[in-house]
Design a protein around this ligand. Structure first.
Ligand code: ADP
Length: 265
């Protein structure tokens, strides 16, 4: 649906003839438009908490100066807003680091089982607070793959955290692993990890755009949950760097399944 952009250059030659060159600029212009959108989004995302912080500094200087109860409440809000900015900057750094490394394929032998245990342990307190059971199924042995352990941990932390935050109403999140001897898209053996929740699910119209930076189904809800809107974009880039694939399956009312395929060698 995008317009084609063609750059036409006209050069006059001495003999009285003209040379016309046609250059298809569509890809360049599209990349440039995406970069502009991204910068505009980042600026907006940073400005929102910053405006709140500046407002509360003002209030603390003035009206709330001699009211310890109000002061504590405002400081708590300021802490939350600063935390939001901190997470956003952290996610932006993660994203640019992964992008910079996209061509360098990880070679370290990493135990996917240990990575999943680690991610589940880190999220156990959140799951408990939301009364969500984290369940592990499938293979637990022989899960060594070439991977960056920190990046893989980030993938599954993001997916499990989302499943708890957005799909937690279903009461459980299942993390299962199996091995596919020949995965046709990757054209080799692969491990498949599925993170499945039983929440409200996602309307299929959102699925193609879900991994875009700052794409959220419900901005207010994402903000309330402390989300940056970058979690799934980071997941996608890490998986691509590992020459893997990511798939999202969901139906409204049926929960969601996030599938990650990772080549075994
Ligand atoms: P956020 O920081 O907003 O969580 P993500 O990139 O991790 O950003 O996710 C993008 C959006 O995808 C979320 O705002 C949410 O609307 C939706 N989403 C992600 N995971 C799930 C899930 N398990 N169930 C329902 N919606 C989800």
């Amino acid at each position: 649906g995008r317009e084609t952009q063609v750059l036409v250059t006209v050069a006059a030659l001495a003999e009285g003839s003209l040379v016309l060159t046609f250059e298809d600029r569509t890809a360049v212009e599209t990349a440039e438009a995406m970069r502009r959108d991204f910068v505009a989004n980042v600026s907006h995302e940073l400005r929102t908490p910053l405006t709140a912080l500046m407002g509360f500094v003002e209030t603390l200087r003035g009206a709330a100066k001699d009211d310890p109860v109000a002061r504590d409440r405002f400081l708590a809000i300021m802490e939350r807003e600063a935390g939001r900015m901190n997470r956003l900057v952290g996610d932006l750094l993660s994203l640019s680091r992964v992008e910079a490394e996209e061509r360098r394929r990880p070679t370290t032998g990493t135990d996917l089982g240990a990575v999943l245990r680690g991610a589940m342990q880190a999220l156990a307190p959140l799951a408990e607070a939301r009364q969500v059971q984290l369940l592990r199924e499938g293979l637990t042995e022989g899960l060594k793959i070439p991977a960056d352990p920190d990046q893989l941990t980030q993938v599954f932390t993001n997916l499990i955290e989302n499943a708890i935050k957005y799909g937690g109403s279903g009461g459980e999140v299942r993390i299962s692993v199996d091995k596919i001897d020949y995965e046709p898209v990757l054209r080799r053996a692969a491990l498949r990890v599925v993170v499945a929740d039983r929440g409200e699910g996602i309307d299929p119209i959102h699925l193609p755009r879900l991994t875009e930076r700052f794409y959220r189904i419900d901005t207010h809800r994402s903000r309330e949950q402390g989300g940056t809107g970058l979690g799934l974009a980071i997941v996608k880039h890490i998986v691509l760097r590992h020459r893997g694939r990511m798939k999202i399956e969901s139906e409204k009312g049926q929960g969601s399944r996030f599938l990650i395929l990772l080549p075994v060698s």
